[in-house]
Design a protein around this ligand. Structure first.
Ligand code: DPX
Ligand code: MG
Length: 560
């Protein structure tokens, strides 16, 4: 039996668990969108622009743990979406980017087309996308559509990377085979010999260590290994830390959790224990300039075991084709418990005394803002921290068990959080996201608040108005770091127009913040609280981190 190419794609997206997709229409994808709309189990979320639609699809992956899909028109749409797809690649998110494409006859007829470069070459968008995806296919022949679509989807799920599917505008409703039964698996299994050898080697080294530690890394979530890591943590009795881009992937209320391992700006006492340990197992960690604070973290490769998504790297040995989930699972069964690092940590850990609130008329400080946000957190919170000082302030939040934390620390494309908050809210309706968004970032993608209002989603957005790009000020200041002030709270009324239900207000003082949070929390709809913060008021950690990153950026060119 048969169906159309567009309906085939819709059926497969439904089959892999999607309930929504994000879209901006254009004449190259209208017929395709008609086919998607025929599938009543998939809901279209219309976005203001393609970049934000991509960021929303990014947030949707984070919320659901599965794939997401975004539909755009050719070139003018696709090339705007590109940056969000590159971000999904950097963050290991299986986003399915679908673009309409030129009529299959155009090139053969030497037909010049609108929205294109004005050249008779219509492969350029797929070529560009092939650089930021694990697979990029163009569908010209409806008979090949099932194979191409299934292969692209399977690739996204297996490698946890975005893929690109381009469907010619006159093929979207062409007849093709109906989808046949098959499974769409995730990452493949380990090589048994390599897995067992890697585990035995790890057991040998870790059991011989005096105060080994475990560190949770960002790939734990993208490669589905959070539960395996938890089992290993419980079985080992080791002290546990999380890298900054893995915050929340391990339960922060666990008795052996020390905090964030981020070199000099990590949780006090945590870095000291990790750096002084005689053996650290990093599970899914990434060691970039940002996650090591400009390489100021004292990670000694001679004392590190790296459990990666597909391999285990020891100081002088590598075992390939070993899956992170299986390695952690098997190691948990064989490891000898050892609380040496916990004893060491308990000797030096510092009790954090919560900040006492000032008088209500006290001007707001970042520290007071975040100590108040801390009180809002509950197990169903999802904190979305935009690139900026929000990374450092958000990192210090103490997450209740079950609360989630999202950062785009690998890619760090400011503005991501507005679309991501939209997508996360759509993907996790049982959570109320709390977004921490700087004024500079917000100015890149503000209009997607209108989509959050349009679909009646209910995140609480803290818009931190500190007058500019404070991270950049601390790395390297200049006139370019000052931005034009907006009346951010007023924007919500602009986006509400006649039928929106967005709430917003400004807060200059601690008393106004208290009142704002009360009203926002009580409001049954989206809420934006614009908090006014002094330009030079940023976290101590940002000052330290900025210095190290600036120093690292400034390394002189090597000349012979
Ligand atoms: C300009 C830039 N980074 C450079 C940059 C520029 N363009 C894109 C898309 N991504 C980027 N990271 C960054 S981090 C700003 O400090 C963000 O400012 P804001 O959102 O206001 O946050 P803070 O004030 O806390 O720094
Ligand atoms: Mg700012």
């Amino acid at each position: 039996n048969s169906t159309t190419v567009g309906s085939y794609l819709a059926s497969r997206l439904e089959e892999i668990g999607l309930k929504h997709y994000f879209a901006v229409p254009g004449d190259y994808n209208l017929v395709l969108l008609d086919k998607l709309l025929e599938n009543k189990n998939l809901k279209m979320i219309s976005c203001c622009n393609e970049l934000n639609a991509g960021y929303a699809a990014d947030g949707y992956c984070r919320a659901t743990g599965g794939a997401s899909a975004v539909f755009v028109t050719y070139s003018v749409g696709g090339l705007s979406l590109l940056n969000a797809v590159a971000g999904a690649y950097a963050e290991d998110l299986p986003m399915i980017a679908v673009s309409g494409g030129p009529n299959t006859n155009s090139e053969a007829e030497f037909e010049m087309l609108h929205h294109t470069l004005g050249l008779l070459d219509y492969d350029y968008q797929r070529d560009i996308f092939s650089k930021v995806t694990a697979e990029a296919v163009t569908i010209h022949d409806p008979r090949e559509a099932p194979t191409q679509i299934d292969h692209a989807i399977q690739t996204a799920l297996r490698f946890r990377k975005p893929v690109y599917i381009e469907i010619a505008c006159n093929i979207a409703d062409a007849v093709t085979s109906a989808p046949n039964v098959r499974s769409f698996g995730g990452p493949t299994a380990s090589d048994p010999l390599s897995l067992n050898a890697a585990v035995d080697r790890a057991v040998e080294l870790l059991n011989a260590a005096t105060k080994p530690v475990l560190v949770a890394g960002v790939k734990l979530r993208s490669f589905g290994a959070e539960a395996n890591f938890q089992k290993l943590a419980d079985a080992s009795g080791y002290a546990i830390a999380s890298m900054p881009n893995a915050k929340g992937f391990f339960n922060e209320q666990h008795p052996h959790y020390m905090g964030i391992y981020w070199g000099p700006v990590g949780t006090p006492g945590c870095g000291e224990i990790v750096d002084s340990s005689d053996l650290c197992l990093f599970a899914g960690g990434t060691f970039t300039d940002y996650t090591t604070t400009g390489h100021a973290a004292l990670i000694n490769p001679a004392k590190v075991i790296q459990a990666r998504p597909n391999s285990v790297v020891f100081p002088n040995q590598t075992f390939s084709n070993v899956k992170l989930t299986e390695f952690l699972e098997l190691l948990a069964k064989k490891l000898k418990p050892n609380d040496g690092s916990m004893i060491a940590y308990n000797r030096i850990k510092e009790e954090v005394t919560p900040l006492r609130p000032g008088a209500p008329e006290t001007e707001l400080s970042t520290r007071q803002l975040f100590s108040r946000i801390q009180q809002m957190l509950s197990p169903d919170s999802a904190v979305i921290a935009e690139t900026g000082d929000s990374w450092f302030n958000g990192m210090q939040l103490d997450l209740p068990e079950g609360a989630r934390f999202e950062v785009q620390m690998q890619y760090g494309s400011i503005g991501w959080s507005v679309g991501a908050t939209l997508g996360y809210s759509v993907g996790a309706p049982d959570r109320r996201p709390i977004a921490l968004i700087g004024d500079g970032s917000f100015q890149l993608t503000a209009q997607e608040v209108s989509t959050i209002i349009r679909y009646g989603l209910k995140p609480i957005i803290f818009l931190i108005n500190n007058g500019g790009y404070t991270i950049e000020v601390e790395i390297h200041d200049g006139p370019y770091n000052t931005i034009k002030n907006w009346n951010y709270a007023e924007l919500v009324h602009v986006f509400n127009a006649e039928d929106g239900n967005g709430f917003s207000c400004k807060a200059h003082t601690e008393g106004e913040l208290e009142e704002a949070i009360k009203q926002a929390t009580a409001h049954d709809g989206p809420a934006l609280i614009e908090v006014l913060i002094h330009r030079d008021d940023c976290s101590k950690d940002l000052l330290v981190w900025g210095g190290h990153v600036a120093k690292n950026n400034g390394r002189p060119p090597r000349v012979r």
